[in-house]
Every structure is written in C-alpha cells, then in structure tokens.
Design a protein around this ligand. Structure first.
Ligand code: PLP
Length: 358
C-alpha cells in the first residue's frame, strides 16, 4: 500500500526494521558515490564495500547482492548438491520466507533441525541428532545453514562458541556451512563479540544492509575463495549483476559507519517495550537479545490486537494467531516506543479480557 511521508510520520511502524528510510546524509552519500560498470569492469564503491565487509568478516572474498534472499539462494546453489538435503533450523528465513527457493532453484530438500533442549534455536546436539546415518536408501546431506541473529525465534543470538560447536558437527560429517547473518550486526553489538568471530564457523556468510543499518537495499555474501569461486557467475545468472551499483553500495557503507554503532539503542528500546508488555492479560514476552520482540498470547487474538493497535497508529507484525512481533529500528525513538507500549498494553488488556470472559 503506497503511503505518503505525512501519513508515515503519524504512525509508529514496528512491523520490521526493513521499514527504515534512508536519512538525508545517506541519500547524499549515495548521490555523491563514485561509480563504474560493476558487471563490465568493476564499480569502485562496490569494490570498497566488498573489501570492507570481507575484512570485517575475516573472509577472503565478498560479493555485493541486490538482496539477502538472492545472496542466501546463491550460497545454497554454490555449496549444496542437487538431489541432497540441507540441514537448517526449522524456523529459519531460508525455509519460511524464500518461496521454497531451495527446492525451486538449488534442487535440494530441507531437513529441519529442531531447537536444542531448553533453547529457542538449533544447537550442536539437535543438529547431530538430525543428520542421518549413511544409508544406501536415505538422502545424503550436502550443507548446513545457520541463522544469526535468528529472526523467527525473536532476534536470538547464538554465541560464537555455540556456532563453532555446530560447525564441528557439520565438519565431522564433511558438510560445509552457510550462515544467514542478515542481522549479524545486531549479534556483534549485543555481545561485544567481533563480527569475524561469529563468521569463523562458516564457509560463506550473508549480511544485510537494509535491516538495522537502514540502507534501501543490499546484502553481501562473503567467504573463502574456494567457496565463492563461481559466485560471480551464479550472481549474474540469477540476475544479480548490477551496473552503477556504487550508488547502492554507498548507502550500505554509510549504514556501516553511521548506523551500526547505533543498534545498541534499538536493543535498549526493545527491552523497555518488553518490560512494559510482559504479563499484561497473561501475555508473555520472549526475553529479547536484540531488536526483535516476540509476544505470546494465551488466546488466539493476535489479529484483533494488531487491528486495535493499528487504529491507534501502531503497526505490528502478526506472526501467528497467538504470537505477535514488534521490531525497533532507526525511525522510532524513546518517546515513540513508550507510546507504542501504552497502545499495545491497552489493546492486549481489551482483547485478552474479552477472550478470557468469552
Ligand atoms: C530479511 C532477511 C533476509 C532476506 O533479506 P532481503 O534483503 O530482504 O532479501 C534473509 N534472512 C533473514 C534472517 C532476514 O531477516
């Protein structure tokens, strides 16, 4: 639905951190970007972004992609073998939100890994238990994927140590690892762990610039020279070769420099929102690690709560009929999050009280 800036200003949009608009400074950096033809012989600003991200992640090479989805799909194409299985967390973006690209493009089948015992995401034990023993009759696996932070679990951080433990399991079975690190920036800020330590577990890593970093589009796929030997070809085949893409890369570089350090504010605001909501009408928040808040309701009234909040100008994401999601980002400040808390509390009280007495 197209919206004007005037109507956007009146609402508090917590549906996702993808809704951020580029700041005037970011737009200026994009307008001033030095550009070339990146498909023909290279764009200097894209090359600067790729070199910077490769260095940050401690990887040999990096490629700029138009979206995180395309970069994820390219990674699976590069690392997995047709007619085999890819093991990944049951709630991962690659399974839930990429239109079965694993099947449609890479020709692989998913093997969903459940959350570890007492955890919200897969761990080394649940991964090990899901890998099939070698058999003449069962599918072989060819790839393991991680997601960090984990969106569907509520912005959950998996520590670098836990990632390495999972990577050990993968390696013991001869399987390469891809990490969907769309929000790896948040994991680094939340834990103080250098981003390269998180990346150590994986052959390839995707990071996104259009979430908390506030760029309009863009992602990078980084990895070893071996893993990415055919990345340029695969990106072009998928339609991801872009010409004067330095204009987009400049937005990503600006986000890296000016928005990355700011993510701690988003995390603090999400905790404040969680404190305001927890327990209201029996609602339970998933304690947030980063900028994503999941709220579980004792009755299936999420659509009604979301509608009630929207009528007050607060937009939320209906995750299931009993779970809603609220995400903080650059375009909401303390006052807006405080106001959102009041609106959500009122909506929960009204709908959960009605449901309880029905
Ligand atoms: C947003 C997201 C993606 C996809 O990124 P796009 O640039 O929107 O295609 C992939 N993985 C995760 C975990 C995400 O949150």
């Amino acid at each position: 639905m197209p919206t004007t800036n005037a109507s956007a200003a009146a609402r508090i949009d917590l549906r996702s951190d993808t809704v951020t608009r580029p700041t005037p400074e970011m737009r200026r950096a994009m307008a001033d970007a030095e550009v070339g033809d990146d498909v023909l012989d290279g764009d200097p600003t894209v090359q600067r972004l790729e070199a910077r991200v490769a260095e940050l992640l401690g990887k040999e090479r990096a490629y700029f992609f138009p979206s995180g989805t395309m970069a994820n799909q390219a990674a699976v194409w590069l690392l997995a073998r047709r007619g085999t299985e890819v093991l990944l967390d049951a709630e991962s973006h690659l399974i839930q939100w990429e239109h079965a690209g694993l099947a449609a493009l890479a020709g692989v089948q998913i093997r969903a890994v459940p959350a570890g015992a007492g955890r919200r995401v897969m761990d080394a034990a649940s991964l090990a238990a899901t890998i099939r023993p070698p058999s003449l009759h069962a599918p072989k696996a060819s790839l393991v994927c991680f997601e960090n932070t984990h969106n569907g679990a509520g912005g959950v951080v998996t520590s670098a140590a836990d990632l390495l433990a999972m990577a050990e399991v993968a390696r013991a079975h001869g399987l390469p690892v891809h990490m969907d690190g769309a929000r790896l920036w948040n994991a680094a800020v939340a834990t103080g762990t250098p981003i390269s330590h998180f990346a150590d577990c994986a052959d390839t890593v995707m990071v996104s610039f259009s979430k908390g970093l506030g760029a309009p589009v863009g992602a990078v796929l980084a990895g070893s020279s071996d893993a990415l030997a055919d990345a340029w070809v695969v990106r072009k085949r998928m339609g991801g070769g872009m010409r004067q893409s330095g204009i987009l890369a400049a937005g990503a570089l600006h986000g890296l420099e000016h928005q990355w350090p700011r993510l701690a504010d988003d995390h603090a605001r999400t905790r404040a929102l969680a404190d305001a909501i927890d327990g209201v009408g029996g609602a339970r928040v998933v304690p947030p690690d980063t900028n994503i808040l999941m709220v579980d309701l004792p009755h299936p009234v999420v659509p009604a709560v979301v509608a009630r909040a929207a009528a007050q100008g607060v937009l939320l994401s209906p995750w299931t009929t009993t779970r809603l999601r609220a995400v903080t980002h650059r375009d909401v400040d303390d006052a807006m999050v405080h106001r959102a808390g009041e609106v959500i509390v009122a909506a929960l009280e009204a709908e959960l009280h009605a449901a309880a007495s029905a």
